[in-house]
Ligand binder design. Structure first.
Ligand code: SAM
Length: 240
């Protein structure tokens, strides 16, 4: 049946995502720098700047992986603040936790699915999800959960690959479908995971589609910033 097919497909996506991130966790940070020519650092720095997070704030990093954003927030919130590093994948989260400890911070860490967040309503000042949403099976459910745990006036920031500016598309396609799997093979000995990465980027909603989805789950004043010609977009929405 149609329903049955969907169930199988969803289960498979879940399994595939778990396989991919368990497989890439060890080389994740090196590959991130290589594949994006270091640009992911600028995209994340922009996210931190736009977040408005300051001393004493409570921040939730969903799909936080190896903790780039969590670490930057930890420096901002100070002793009175709180930053939660969360991810569904144990291998990614372990690396994240180790990196946090290596840099002299102690943050609360939770292994959880973004679609069922183990936090009370109205708790966080800011929720972020960087390069995680496109891996989620039910993006609407995950976004609604992120909205639920925000306090009124709090904001959600979604940093994600998006639809690139049309004139750049041929070069970008060549890069992501040919060079990326090749690099994945040479550096991480894992062409398949990087092929999945390119495919998942293509399947992800465009800038306006994601904006609409965020509005549909009740986020307000949703806007977005295109970064590097739309290779990546940062969406922002408020719980009002
Ligand atoms: N946020 C980190 C960064 O920007 O470097 C890691 C991004 S990594 C590309 C995507 C992360 O999303 C992986 O660590 C993966 O385990 C996580 N993820 C995928 N599906 C998830 C879900 N349903 N709930 C929570 N995390 C999920």
């Amino acid at each position: 049946t149609h329903f049955g097919f969907e169930t199988v497909a969803e289960g498979e996506k879940h399994k595939k995502v778990a396989e991919v991130f368990s497989s890439v966790a060890r080389r994740y940070d090196v590959m991130n720098d290589l594949m994006s020519f270091g640009l992911h650092r600028l995209w994340k720095a922009f996210t931190i700047q736009i977040s408005g997070v300051g001393c004493g704030d409570r921040v939730l990093d969903v799909a936080g992986g190896t903790a780039d954003l969590s670490l930057a927030f930890a420096k901002r919130v100070g002793r009175d603040g709180q930053v939660w590093l969360t991810d569904i994948n144990h291998a990614m989260l372990s690396r994240g936790r180790d990196r946090v400890l290596d840099r002299g911070f102690a943050l609360p860490v939770a292994q959880c699915d973004a679609e069922k967040l183990p936090f009370p309503d109205n708790w966080f000042d800011c929720v972020t999800v960087a390069f995680g949403l496109r891996n989620m099976t039910h993006k609407d459910v995950a976004l609604a959960e992120m909205r639920r745990v925000l306090r009124p006036g709090g904001r959600l920031l979604v940093l994600e690959f998006s639809k690139v500016w049309a004139p750049l598309a041929p070069a970008y396609d060549f890069y992501s479908f040919k060079i990326l799997p090749w690099m994945g093979d040479k550096v991480a000995h894992d062409a398949d995971s990087y092929r999945y990465l390119a495919e998942s980027i293509r399947m992800h909603p465009s800038q306006d589609e994601l904006k609409e989805l965020m509005e549909r789950v009740g986020l307000k004043r949703v806007d977005y910033f295109n970064l590097t010609g739309g290779v990546v977009a940062l969406h922002r929405g408020y719980k009002l």
